[in-house]
Design a protein around this ligand. Structure first.
Ligand code: CS2
Ligand code: MG
Length: 403
């Protein structure tokens, strides 16, 4: 089997998505998600100009060698744009292998380690009341795990909270990023109260998660983790910016709240120290931004040795192709923890078709050959790319801060 062509499809059904379609001489094609929110065209161009020419005529079954060719072969390793492009190629190759052999991708990765996969979604509201109402709505849909985010008194916009009644979308279209304002003290004063109220209203059985979006110092994260201990979180995510990983040692010394990190990591080297020192409980790297299924399997196996479980990033700003790949990955590995599932705009699902069944808070493994995700290329053409940026964040005095 040979790769004969590859195309990059940039479309915007509800939001921007970049898809790589790899075609073979046997008529089988594979799909990979190459979306990098707010930097879509950088990955699309990198694929078109620098990667596609290198994979033509290669055998798609040689996915391990192709991965190393693209990772080591460029000399310039790592980085979100590079790794997202490599991830899309790798995803598409596994899709081709599965389709060519007539088996779902999880069968090639190790088979079925479970018959269903726990998923969490987001409850988010502009204030406490709206957030509690969302928790109740989500529970009625059958979810067993909910990430709770709420607008903070005194702030107009906060990460994780939809601008209107609709789905949360962090990027805004237009020529330049939006700006948000932040105050950590106000946040730290409000969040424990929010979780106390949620536990009081909805009881102990529900899994609760929370994301601090990299905004705390290590000592602030330790304080939050400690104050949330009575509410037994499933995880506290992205407390500190993870460039300085010693931070996690400080947080660990002070709290038993489980920690999750990794949505912006892109290689095993970003999480190796955190895993081998057991400084985290969940690794949140996802297939698209983590360089594909090939390296993600190695990361999962490393994490397995240290009792660390996975919790792949699954926002609506990655396409259903990434979610499909994450679900095969989660089906096959022993140390699956949970899968993020924000859901998609209905218009997104006019273009993409995900075969995994979702019911009462769980995904069920798809038996479709390959990744079990398809795309209507004609419909995709009706939704052209719209320039969009993720916001930036400033403190009240104007200092540029972490978003
Ligand atoms: C978030 C994301 O899903 C999450 O946990 O942190 O919504 C993140 O902000 C976006 O994916 C950025 O594009
Ligand atoms: Mg997050």
């Amino acid at each position: 089997m040979k790769i004969v062509d590859a195309k990059v499809i940039v479309c915007s059904p509800g939001r921007n998505f970049v898809t790589l379609k790899i075609e073979t001489d046997e008529g089988v094609y594979g799909l990979g998600d190459a979306t990098l929110n707010g930097r879509e065209l950088a990955v699309a161009t990198y694929l078109k100009e620098h990667i596609i020419p290198c994979i033509i005529n290669r055998d798609p079954f040689d996915s391990e060698d192709i991965w190393h060719y693209l990772y080591r072969g460029v000399y310039w390793r790592r980085g979100a744009v590079n790794m997202t492009a490599i991830g899309a190629v790798d995803m598409a190759l596994w899709d081709i292998k599965g389709k060519a052999l007539g088996v779902p991708v999880h069968k090639l990765l190790g088979g079925k380690s479970r018959h269903r996969l726990l998923a969490y979604t987001h409850a988010q509201g502009k204030d406490m009341d709206e957030t509690l109402q969302k928790v109740s709505d989500i529970l009625n849909k059958g979810f067993k795990a909910i990430r709770i985010q709420s607008g903070i008194p005194g702030f107009e916009k906060v990460y994780g909270i939809a601008k209107d009644k609709g789905t949360y979308e962090p990027a805004t279209t237009g020529g330049k990023p939006d700006e948000e304002i932040w105050n950590t003290e106000k946040y730290l004063a409000y969040i424990p109260e929010l979780f106390q109220t949620v536990r009081k209203e909805f009881g102990k059985d529900l899994h609760l998660l929370h994301d601090s979006h990299h905004r705390l110092s290590s000592i602030e994260a330790a304080r939050l983790g400690k104050e949330l201990e009575p509410h037994h979180l499933f995880w506290l995510e992205d407390t500190v910016p993870a460039e300085l990983q010693q931070n996690f040692e400080w947080i660990r010394r002070h709290t038993t709240t489980p920690l999750a990190v990794g949505e912006i990591f892109n290689t095993i080297f970003d999480c190796q120290h955190l895993i081998t020192q057991q400084l985290i409980d969940y690794i949140r790297m996802t297939v698209a931004h983590g360089g594909g299924l090939t390296p993600m399997m190695k990361i999962a196996h490393l994490a397995e040795l240290y009792g660390i479980r996975t919790g792949c990033h699954g926002p609506s700003d990655l396409s259903p192709i990434n979610l499909g790949a994450c679900l095969h990955f989660g089906t096959a590995i022993n140390n699956f923890g949970i899968q993020e599932y924000m859901g998609y705009y209905p218009i997104t699902m006019e273009v993409f078709d995900l075969k995994h069944k979702f019911e009462e808070g769980y995904f069920y493994p798809s038996e479709e050959p390959g990744l079990g995700v398809d795309m209507d290329f004609e419909k995709a053409g009706n939704y052209p790319y719209k320039k969009a940026f993720l916001p930036i964040n400033r403190l009240e005095d104007g200092t540029l801060f972490h978003w």
